[in-house]
Write a protein that binds this ligand. Structure first.
Ligand SMILES: C[S@@+](CC[C@H](N)C(=O)[O-])C[C@H]1O[C@@H](n2cnc3c(N)ncnc32)[C@H](O)[C@@H]1O
Length: 342
C-alpha cells in the first residue's frame, strides 16, 4: 500500500465507501455507493431516519453558516483576493499546490475522450486547468467562466486558449441553458462558493443526460494547526461532503479520486488545496431534483468596509500559512530518506 501511496500510479476502487484510516494516497479512487458517513460507522441513506441518535459527519444544510470564520469564502472577498493573487497565481501559487501532472491525473476521471465534446470550465481563472482540457477537446468547444476579470485576462493571453469562449459569471448561477454541456469541470473554485451545494446543483442542470461533472478541490486537514488556518481562510470540505453534495444534486455513479503533489508522499493531514477529484454522471435530462431557496449571498448588498477589510486581512494571513506548507513538505521530502513516512 505504501508504494501505491508514493507512486500515485494505481487506482483503487473501494466499494464499501470507507477509506482505510490514515490512507492519504495520490491516485486513489473511492467509489461511494449510496453511503453516508456516521460517527459510529457507515449507514446507508435509507436508514437515515431510523437511527436518530447518530450524528452525521457530513453537512445536512446546503451551505456553511455565515457565522463560521471563513474569511475568504464569499464572492466579494474572492473577487478582491484574486484581484491581487492573479498577478502571481500561475508562477508562485500553482507550483506549490497544483502541478501539471496532478492536473492531468485529476482530469482523467472526467473522461474527456472526444474532441467534439462541449465542456464548461467553471471558476476557470487563468486557464491552467483549461490547458489540460484542450489537450483532449477542441478549444472552440470549451467555455471558461470565472467571476474575476483579472484572472480571465491571464487566460486570454494563453495561445492554446485563444479559441475558447471566455466569460464572466457566477458558479452558483450559470449563464448556460439546461442540458447544454457534455462535461462540467471546476478546479479549485468550490472553496470560494458561499453555497457549494448550489454550485453543484448548477453543474447538474447545465449537463446533458449522461454528461459528467468533475469537481476538483481541497480536502479538510486533520492536523490541528492546519485545521485552524484552513478554517480561518476558506472552505476545505471533507471528502464525504463532496459526495453528499453530488448525491443530493441528483448525480449517479459518484466517485472520488485522491490527488496531491508528489513531494507530499500521500500526506493529507495538513489538508490539500487540490486534494480530490470528484465525478458524477447526470442520469436524467432537465434540472436537478434538489430544490433550494434564494442565494445565500447578495453581491449587490452593501458591506461595511471596515468589517470587509478586517475579514479580508485575516483571510489573507491565514492563506499565507498554506503558501508555507508545500515548502515545508518539499524540504521534508528532500531530507527524509525515500520510502520513509514524512
Ligand atoms: C484557485 S483559482 C482556480 C483557477 C483554475 N481553475 C485553475 O485550475 O488554476 C479559483 C478561481 O475561482 C474563481 N471563483 C471564485 N468564486 C467564484 C464564483 N462564485 N463563480 C465563478 N468563479 C469563482 C476565482 O475568481 C478564481 O479564479
Amino acid at each position: 500500500m505504501a508504494s501505491l501511496m508514493l507512486n500515485g500510479a494505481q487506482n483503487l476502487n473501494l466499494i464499501s465507501g470507507i477509506a482505510p484510516p490514515g490512507l492519504g494516497s495520490t491516485g486513489l479512487t473511492l467509489n461511494f455507493k449510496d453511503k453516508c458517513f456516521f460517527k459510529k460507522g457507515v449507514l446507508s441513506h435509507n436508514k437515515l431516519r431510523v437511527r436518530k441518535n447518530m450524528t452525521p459527519t457530513c453537512s445536512i444544510s446546503a451551505s456553511r453558516p455565515s457565522s463560521q470564520p471563513r474569511f475568504i469564502q464569499h464572492k466579494k472577498e474572492a473577487f478582491w483576493f484574486y484581484r491581487f493573487l492573479s498577478i502571481v497565481y500561475d508562477h508562485i501559487i500553482n507550483p506549490g499546490h497544483w502541478t501539471e501532472d496532478m492536473r492531468d491525473e485529476a482530469l482523467e476521471p472526467a473522461d474527456l475522450y472526444d474532441r467534439k465534446m462541449r465542456v464548461v470550465d467553471v471558476g476557470g481563472g487563468t486557464g491552467f486547468t483549461t490547458l489540460g482540457i484542450v489537450k483532449h477537446v477542441d478549444a472552440k468547444n470549451v467555455t471558461i467562466l470565472d467571476q474575476s476579470p483579472h484572472q480571465l485576462a491571464k487566460a486570454k493571453q494563453k495561445e492554446p486558449l485563444k479559441e475558447c469562449k471566455i466569460i464572466e459569471g457566477d458558479a452558483e448561477d450559470l449563464p448556460f441553458p439546461t442540458d447544454y454541456a457534455d462535461r462540467y469541470v471546476s478546479a479549485g473554485s468550490i472553496e470560494y462558493w458561499p453555497d457549494p451545494q448550489r454550485g453543484i446543483k448548477e453543474a447538474y442542470r447545465v449537463l446533458k443526460i449522461g454528461g459528467k461533472a468533475c469537481v476538483i478541490g481541497p480536502v479538510h486537514p486533520t492536523f490541528w494547526l492546519s485545521q485552524f488556518f484552513a478554517d480561518v481562510w476558506m472552505l476545505f470540505p471533507k471528502e464525504e461532503e463532496y459526495i453528499e453534495w453530488f448525491k443530493k444534486a441528483g448525480f449517479k455513479d459518484v466517485k472520488l479520486k485522491r490527488i496531491g503533489p508528489k513531494w507530499y508522499r500521500g500526506v493529507r493531514r495538513h489538508g490539500l488545496i487540490m486534494g480530490c477529484s470528484v465525478t458524477g454522471v447526470k442520469p436524467l435530462s432537465g434540472d436537478s431534483p434538489l430544490k433550494l431557496g434564494p442565494k445565500v449571498e447578495d453581491v449587490k448588498k452593501a458591506v461595511n468596509p471596515f468589517v470587509f477589510l478586517y475579514r479580508f486581512i485575516l483571510g489573507v494571513i491565514a492563506s499565507t500559512y498554506y503558501v508555507l506548507v508545500p515548502v515545508y513538505m518539499w524540504i521534508k521530502d528532500k531530507i527524509v530518506p525515500k520510502g520513509m513516512p514524512i
